[in-house]
Write a protein of this length. Structure first.
Length: 105
């Protein structure tokens, strides 16, 4: 399974509004995109969106670049005032799973 994360720095005081947006759930159907797991991590100064699945980077690219996904575009509009700068892509640098396998990049 492939993993990718989008990391965005939050403006000061944006955490409560970010939590409200996260509580609404994703503005898309993860299963429809082939995403098998999606999670969001929230800190006082950052939000991290993690996507997992087969060819997940391509699925996330399609999600971000499709101008006809109105609900996604509306969600981006809601996040823009909360985010400081451009979100960044993060890829796994180390993964340990109970099977004992390690993936290092």
């Amino acid at each position: 399974m492939e993993k990718i994360a989008l990391v965005a720095r939050l403006k000061p005081g944006a955490e409560p509004l970010a939590a409200e947006l996260i509580a609404k759930g994703p503005p898309f159907d993860p299963g429809e995109l082939g995403i098998t797991r999606h999670s969001v991590y929230l800190a006082a100064d950052a939000v991290i969106f993690v996507f997992e699945g087969h060819e997940v980077e391509s699925a996330v690219d399609d999600l971000v670049e499709d101008p006809f996904r109105w609900t996604v575009n509306q969600a981006f509009d809601a996040w823009r005032p909360l985010v400081d700068g451009d979100p960044r892509i993060a890829r796994p640098a180390y993964v340990w799973e109970s099977s004992g396998e390690q993936i290092e990049r």
